[in-house]
Ligand binder design. Sequence first.
Ligand code: PLP
Length: 282
Amino acid sequence: RIAYLNGDFVPLGEARVSVLDRGFLFADGIYEVSAVLDGKLIDNDSHLARLERSVGEISLALPVSLPRLVEIQRELIARNGLADGVVYIQVTRGVADRDFHFPEGATPTLFLFTQAKNIIESPAAKTGVAVKLVPDLRWGRCDIKSVALLAQVLAKQAAHEAGCAEAWMTRDGFVTEGGSSTAFIVTADGTVVTRPNSTAILPGCTRKALLALAAEGSIRLEERAFSVDEAFAASEAFMTSASSFVYPIVTIDGRPVGTGQPGPVATRLRELYIAFARATAV
Ligand code: PLP
């Protein structure tokens, strides 16, 4: 695989970053992930807008322009012959002797690589996934897509050990979001419920596109926090992310959601999202 690091395309296994990189020492960096279908980027403008916002929120300047970033993404897709998968972007505050405050004159580190994944034919989309509830241990700015992911690593490891594909993080009896996905439930009357954007969650790009598709498809929507009890009582649940699109959730902490099978609303929204992705891929 070929990666991009600070201006050069290099074999992934040979890409090297200094141990003094602030990404390594402080997790002082931001990342972004865009899906690729048939060699084309999905909803990429939305991801790059979020990247721009995230770096701005930590006073970090992107070392290249957004149009140049898209060129690098495209060149990586081409060089890797990537048909389906994701392009990962990471930018950190660069290399400097260890001190907490921002270094003067450091050049941000920019790293991109690709991962192949068949998002459309994913078995999880057909069977649905199991979710484990864990306490949300994260900080107060979950809207920033920071590379500081220790809380999510621990959450998703606990889920993995319980045989679950995703962790749903909870705070004060309410679900915030998935370890790396947005959380949704469908109530008995068919209303799709998801938490409103705030500093408590990452504003999902897939979430945003899906809410627009649901509105166009005359699906009832409520943007409000939902409780763990509501999740247990829901007729359906599902998760969204760039690397999964929409996955139905069939169990929460081992309890079946609704029938315990992927539900009709999640299935329809997945189809709508796939149609949107194919129609807008560039
Ligand atoms: N929430 C968290 C914490 C995430 O890490 C992610 C994606 O990785 C999402 C939500 C979903 O965001 P998106 O749909 O933009 O991939």
